[in-house]
Design a protein around this ligand. Sequence first.
Ligand code: AMP
Length: 182
Amino acid sequence: MPRLIFLGAPGAGKGTQASLVAGLYDIPHISTGDILRSAVTDQSPLGLQAQLYMDKGDLVPDQLVVALIQERLNNPDAQKGWILDGFPRNVAQAEFLDSLLNQVEQPCDYVVSLEVPDDVLVQRMLERGRADDTEKVIRNRLKVYREQTSPLIDFYLERKKVAVINGNQLTEGVTADIKSLI
Ligand code: AMP
């Protein structure tokens, strides 16, 4: 079963595609954003800390996110394959993930980079209307993506794992492209 990392700007369709593809292969869709949002809803200690950053569109501190992903990947349901959506988000997280996956001898197969033009991203986010989808926060999330997350494409290109997928097409077309890659 595949082990995939989905990379892409906010609004690129990572969540939608990760959920569809995970369903096709019966593997867990692991979204750090979803896990953090549910911690915020529960007002757990993690949620209370994370909310301060999420409300502004900033990254939640690495030590919090790294701990939750390590725990999640240790879960029995994640031993056969998985899709990571929203993690890693910066080079430090990617290095952590690399060493974690080496330790358990579960290297990732592909980094799927979903590419969508900026104007389409903003439009999509405004339409989905999530709590952190106000224009100011959206602009900051795109800035954070450009500065901290997009360098990961080079990080993974050096490891020859990147598959670029055109995310600016109908949902079914994107899914079909990802399936043919796998
Ligand atoms: P997402 O649902 O992936 O767009 O994530 C929503 C928000 O959760 C982001 O804007 C960040 O504040 C936070 N978040 C999600 N994943 C991470 C991560 N890997 N590292 C730091 N913050 C994250």
